[in-house]
Write a protein that binds this ligand. Sequence first.
Ligand code: NAD
Length: 280
Amino acid sequence: SNVQDTTQKDIDAHALHAEVQYKNFSDLAGKVVFITGAGSGIGRAMADAFAVNGARLALLDINAELLNKAQQELQQTWPGIEVETVVASITDDVAVENAVAAAQARFGRIDVLLNNAGISMNKPTLELAAADWRRAIDINLNGAFYCAQSAARRMIAQGSGVILNTASMYGTVAAPERAAYCSSKAAVVMLTKVLAVEWAPSGLRVNALAPGYVQTALTDELVRTGRMDFDALIARTPARRLGKTHEIATLALFLASDSAAYINGQAIVADGGWSAYSYI
Ligand code: NAD
């Protein structure tokens, strides 16, 4: 039927675009990649990026609906791909350990952790409730720590592994009304450095991705609720546009690959020039 033809066309077009954007990291074939926040935005693009290169995926998200949809799309786009999913919050250290143990049991190893799940927190500091502060720190920092610790237990035992923490340019530069967000992401950058220097002798690499504004549900929500002025944002950005999720996923591919074998303990900024630019 027409409906089915259109669907297959959509899938083929998606596969073609993904191959053009992501192909060529052949050393990632067969690698076991554990991705948090894989149901949406940057994490979802990362799943495509590693799928194109033949990786096996363990995907975690707190949102079951988004996660199931991601799994279905991946299996339709790359038939035969191995994708396991776990619905859990990264703030639950026991659930995280169980999820990593399940991935280890299924695939026999964990090669790459994409420690990506996170939330925004954008309020004038005097309006920031203690619960808001704790939520941002609990998800963005504590959750990243639990995932890194659980993954590294397996990586250290196998003598290799890559951990990429999705921090933010706001882990390296400040902005008003983002006390909790900036603090959580700055802590993720420092966590990245400590883990890198502690675990490099065991064969691990730990780096952070520091995206600028990337168009996702996260930034759509900030615009929708009036907490971000879209036109001002574009004017402030030297690239005159927001980043795209695939532009962060390609950074993850490079940093996870052997091409980045000597890069360790760094936060790599991808922000269209934002943080280099002294505005007026
Ligand atoms: P998104 O909201 O599109 O996706 C985040 C995903 O994480 C969602 O699927 C959500 O369900 C999941 N998630 C949220 N809390 C969770 C929890 N406690 N446990 C498990 N999963 C959880 O957001 P995004 O823009 O793709 O953000 C991904 C990461 O990138 C975040 O760490 C964010 O801080 C960071 N980042 C985003 C931007 C941006 O402009 N979009 C910029 C810099 C950094």
